[in-house]
Design a protein around this ligand. Structure first.
Ligand code: HEC
Ligand code: HEC
Length: 464
């Protein structure tokens, strides 16, 4: 009997079957609408302007507010007295002249470069302990943040410097990798030594989707809490509660790398105050801790340097910046990467499917299902990422899960891929390899993947 045709037939059917197995199920992983991270509010944008668009559907009046907010965010503020009184009052000490110097094109700031002005970096400082509101204890003579620049004739506070050590490691398949571990030091300290103070280096984030985060009912964040890890996956997560100046109460923190600010308005007002030296109705005193007498005596830009209208415009602008829709979402590697992302439990912290309630900014943001890839909770991320400085309830090892929406466009907008709270990771792969603590198991799963599967995960994250 001649077996040849039979064997050939078998071979062909095995091959084609294998092809089907690989192909069809991957495509079927696609979930209808998964590319829309913010329902119908997203924009299709891939250019360097991708983070700068407003959500669809603003009224004409709202578009004017958005536009005014945009220019107050983008343009430089000047020191008082000045002819442009609408934008004067900068300093006396500050970190940057415009929001957009740090959030360039509404995007991600760059890490510290020694001797250069900040393009997104700032250093928080404090003494151990907390005040009655849970806030960090200011460092005498300096306050809670190093202002490394100042107006003419007034001393800045100090300069911050960084140096990096290399850390080496390898994947399960033997491939080696290298991470860079930062150490920060102070020089030119104008008001006494800063050695021994607690420090927290931070990088400016892309400011997209913030109105949706504001519109999440507390319960939509609390649903992910598993403080005592009752499901035994090693991942707990808890909310930060911070001091809200406007209501004089404790509220759930949502913004900042440690969920250290509760409301968008306070986040914006504190940026005006801490980063640019501008007073507003939320922060009425100039930021000049005693004994900074020259700072204290310097001319101010009026009683409130940022008016309530200006504060509201910038806050509205921040609230209505759209999240770009995903790209390449039906590519095979991206779909496989998403499956791995779920299997490795990344999704337990980088969570999706929250629903907004009603927004104080615009009803357009109401009742929207979102995929921020964040639970907005605090997680212990291990010693390697720790800043060892507490921030309200957040310990020195805890960080808020950073939303991953927009992450794949940072390169297009900001021309770099530095990630994590201080920009130490040079790309997505390094960011994952820094994960520890509650995320240790996820990181180990990633390290055990084949090179091809690791690339699939990166392709997926780049599609966000
Ligand atoms: C010196 C650089 C710098 C300047 C100037 C600056 N920011 Fe920021 N911004 C940051 C950093 C760093 C963070 C993270 C802060 C933290 O974790 O506490 C941040 C966080 C934010 C956030 C929270 C984003 C999030 O995802 O939680 C908003 C909103 C924001 N900034 C708005 C502004 C506005 C508005 C201005 C101008 C009034 C401004 N920033 C000026 C560096 C800057
Ligand atoms: C226990 C919660 C947790 C788990 C699990 C987790 N992450 Fe994260 N992730 C975080 C936190 C918190 C940060 C911010 C840490 C920091 O900046 O120090 C972060 C940051 C990131 C960043 C950088 C974001 C940015 O914009 O700078 C990426 C990329 C990332 N995670 C991917 C992953 C992937 C992939 C996995 C699974 C292998 C994963 N994460 C698992 C909590 C988690």
């Amino acid at each position: 009997m001649n077996h040849k045709p039979y064997i050939l037939f078998l071979l062909i059917s095995v091959l084609s079957c294998e092809k089907d197995d690989m192909y069809v199920p991957v495509k079927s992983l696609y979930e209808e609408g998964e590319e829309f991270l913010t329902g119908n509010l997203g924009v299709n944008a891939t250019s360097g302007e991708a983070f700068g668009f407003e959500i669809l559907g603003l009224t004409e009046i709202q578009q004017v507010s958005f536009g005014t907010g945009n220019s107050l965010f983008s343009q430089n503020w000047v020191s008082a007295p000045a002819s442009t009184t609408a934008r004067d009052g900068l300093g006396p000490t500050f970190n940057a002249r415009a929001c957009a110097n740090c959030h360039f094109k509404d995007g991600r700031g760059s890490p510290l470069v020694n001797g250069q002005n900040s393009s997104g970096f700032l250093m928080r400082i404090s003494l151990p302990g907390q005040d009655a509101n849970g806030n960090a204890i200011p460092v005498p003579n300096y306050g809670e943040q190093i202002q490394d620049r100042s107006n003419f004739g007034i001393p800045f506070e100090a300069k911050v410097n960084v140096s990096y050590d290399n850390i080496y490691g390898f994947y399960a398949d033997g491939t080696t990798y290298e991470l860079r571990n930062p150490t920060y030091t102070f020089t030119e300290q104008q008001y006494g030594s800063l050695s021994g103070v607690e420090t927290s280096p931070r990088i400016a984030t892309q400011t997209i989707g913030l109105g949706l985060i504001d519109a999440l009912p507390d319960a939509e964040i609390l649903k992910f809490v598993d403080e005592f890890d009752s499901n035994n996956d090693g991942i707990s997560g808890r909310a930060n509660y911070t001091y809200d100046i406007e209501s004089n109460t404790q509220k759930m923190g949502r913004y900042g790398w440690k969920a250290n600010v509760a409301t968008l308005k306070q986040q914006v007002a504190s940026a005006f105050h801490g980063d640019m030296g501008l007073t507003s109705s939320l922060f009425t005193e100039n930021n000049c801790p005693t004994p900074q007498q020259d700072c204290f005596d310097a001319p101010s830009g009026g009683e409130l340097e940022v008016t309530d209208t200006q504060l509201d415009r910038v806050t509205f602008y921040q609230a209505t910046l759209a999240v770009p829709n995903r790209r390449n979402f039906q590519e095979e590697s991206v779909l496989k990467g998403r499956k791995l992302f779920n299997e490795m439990n990344c999704i337990s912290c980088h969570a999706t499917n929250q629903k907004t309630g009603s927004s104080k900014f615009t009803p357009l943001l109401d009742d929207t299902r979102i995929r921020p890839y964040s639970d907005f909770l605090l997680h212990d991320m291990g010693e390697a990422l720790a800043d060892n400085r507490s921030d309200f309830l957040a310990t020195g090892q805890e960080w808020r899960t950073q939303p991953l929406w927009g992450i794949g466009l940072i390169d297009a907008v900001n021309n770099h891929t530095f990630l994590l709270h201080d920009g130490r990771a040079r790309n997505i792969e390094e960011a994952i390899l820094w994960h520890g603590g509650e995320a240790d198991n996820s990181k180990l799963s990633f390290k055990n993947l084949s090179a091809e599967d690791r690339q699939n995960v990166l392709d997926f994250i780049n599609s966000l």
